[in-house]
Design a protein. Sequence first.
Length: 207
Amino acid sequence: MILWPVRLALKIIGIVLALILAYFVITAFQVWLTSRQYDPHHASAMVVMGAAQYNGNPSPDLEARLNEALLLYRQGYARTIVVTGYKEPGDHYTEAETGARYLESKGVPASDIIQVAGSDSWENLADAAPRLKAAGDTTVLIVTDPFHEDRSMAIASSLGLTPYPTPTRTSPITGWATLPYFAKEAVGVGLGRIIGFNNLDGLHADF
């Protein structure tokens, strides 16, 4: 009789932990499902999520995203390309500047490119959303890596945009190397739904 409160507490803790585990497993499955979607629509604009750049040259990851945006642009899916991203201390170029330079070198007019800042996914889209909505451009294509698509779309939706998934199909991150990225995204999406993606941004800069 004396131990029953302890047993009850342990049982409750076990149930809570099982529910939390189930929630994140389901979220991880949803992140994976979204990564497999490629659904380009005619939209007002497309948003290229930021990735690393090296002295004005896009990293392989950023280049893959930019090439996907370039393909969609040439196919006429959107008239405006939004490139995003800030710069690390000591860098001469932002990720957005690097993206714009790359696209212009491929023939995209500077007038069709919008540069916005942001050091993470939330800031990228939070900086882009007001400018897009002011121009009436609320339907957007989200160009990023497949594992990053679900969270990017969730953030875009929370900011009043209507996103469609167009993940790059040439990402250099493939196979087993994607597992830690999917795990991180499952945690990010799971927590973002609970506490809000804006609060997740303040919790950890990597999100």
